[in-house]
Design a protein around this ligand. Structure first.
Ligand SMILES: NC(=O)c1ccc[n+]([C@@H]2O[C@H](COP(=O)([O-])OP(=O)(O)OC[C@H]3O[C@@H](n4cnc5c(N)ncnc54)[C@H](O)[C@@H]3O)[C@@H](O)[C@H]2O)c1
Ligand SMILES: [Zn+2]
Ligand SMILES: [Zn+2]
Length: 362
């Protein structure tokens, strides 16, 4: 155990104010908590969004509860070693190596009983690095340890293990499962960031016949091709809608997945899906988009959105152990935790740096 009782952490203090500073080591608050000493973490696009001020509810909620906001440690992804468990934790003990899920779940509230873990009504859902302190620190407190941690199997590539916290379940559940990808389907994945790449890899569980990846970054599109895209479209250089329609003989795709979170990419999706198809929105949108219901109502579409439930994490973990998903290719950059500020800077300029996911080791 850390004897000084302080640790380094990346702390959000308000829009564009992120500090690498000393914080107290977290303590068990509830009997179902665990304290994890982190070994490997990563930064999510969502953390960048918070940094830029996209989630002012963080300080608003803290102020409404306690009257002040002392900053929030970011991060909801990582693996580590159990340092301490609360008195009611049964499945984990000190020394276990674990994967931390970005979504915690009590397992007993009305929403958890419906498997809608993202909206757990107790201290669950996506809460770490958002409403409570997160993983961008030497230690983290994880609520509901028994139902929110996964034992890290020996032999699993540890960079890949980190992607099981968020990237892979989000892509699989909100992109591929909600998008109802079936054998023989034609699909378009708009956005070839880590989430789009996760959609690309996990959609192949269901054997689609055509996978069209769309992005504006040729490096990312080249990787998408390597990971199984049958076609790539650079939407900065060509009209993506027209090109997707050409590639599908004018019919459009069975499923379009939005993995960016802006109007331009939503618009591509709503214009390329064929009748009876699905639009699965994965992107976190900061602004309203134009939804052409006047054109779409007649097409018998299914349109889905959502926050990851992490209800397929266990299944994805087994698939990763089989070595069938070359996810390690997403880990383009490695840093030491002491260089966390540089890791954020590189990730902020991911396209210029040719970075996809930055991995931080302790
Ligand atoms: N729903 C959820 O539970 C959930 C969970 C995690 C992340 N997300 C969201 O998913 C989205 C994708 O995450 P990510 O980490 O892959 O983000 P990212 O920023 O790394 O990737 C986005 C990709 O979109 C591309 N892009 C940007 N503008 C484009 C345009 N006009 N046309 C085509 N491509 C364009 C970029 O080049 C980039 O490759 C984000 O909005 C993120 O917040 C959602
Ligand atoms: Zn995330
Ligand atoms: Zn719950």
């Amino acid at each position: 155990m850390n004897t000084t009782n302080t640790m380094k952490a990346m702390v959000y203090h308000g829009a564009n104010d992120l500090r690498f500073e000393d914080r107290p080591v977290p303590q068990i608050i509830h009997p179902s908590d665990a304290i994890i000493r982190l070994e490997k973490i990563t930064i999510c696009g969502t953390d960048l969004g918070i940094w830029k001020g996209k989630n002012p509810e963080i300080e608003e909620t803290a102020k409404a509860k306690t009257g002040h906001f002392d900053g929030r440690i970011l991060g909801h992804e990582g693996i580590g070693i159990v340092e301490e468990v609360g008195s009611s934790v049964k499945n984990f003990k000190k020394g276990d190596r674990v994967i931390i899920s970005c979504v915690s779940r009590c397992g007993t509230c009305e929403n958890c009983q419906k498997q809608l873990y993202s909206h757990c009504q107790n201290e669950g859902g996506w809460i770490m690095g958002y409403m409570i302190d997160g993983t961008h620190a030497e230690y983290v407190r994880t609520p509901f340890a028994d139902t929110s941690l996964y034992l890290l199997p020996e032999g699993l590539n540890e960079d890949v293990a980190v992607f099981l916290s968020d990237v892979l379940p989000t892509a699989h559940e909100i992109g591929v499962q909600y998008g109802d990808v079936k054998p023989g389907d034609t699909i378009a994945i708009v956005g070839a960031g880590p989430i789009g790449m996760g959609c690309l890899l996990t959609s192949q569980f269901y054997s689609p016949s055509q996978i069209i990846a769309v992005d504006m970054d040729d490096n990312r599109l080249a990787l998408a091709k390597e990971l199984g895209a049958t076609h790539t479209v650079n939407s900065a250089k060509e009209d993506a809608i027209q090109r997707i329609l050409e590639l599908t003989n004018g019919r459009g795709v069975d499923c379009a997945m939005e993995a960016v979170g802006i109007e331009a990419t939503w618009d591509i999706c709503q214009n390329v899906v064929k009748e009876g198809g699905n639009i699965a929105n994965v992107g976190v949108h900061g602004k309203a988009v134009s939804f052409e219901l006047n054109k779409l109502w007649i097409k018998n579409l299914t349109i889905t959105t959502g926050l990851v439930n992490a209800n397929t994490t266990g299944m994805l973990l087994k698939t990763c152990c089989s070595g069938k998903l070359p996810l390690e290719k997403l880990a383009t950059h490695h840093f030491k935790f002491k260089d966390m500020v540089s890791a954020y800077e590189v990730f902020k300029h991911a396209s210029d740096e040719n970075a996809l996911k930055v991995i931080i080791d302790f």
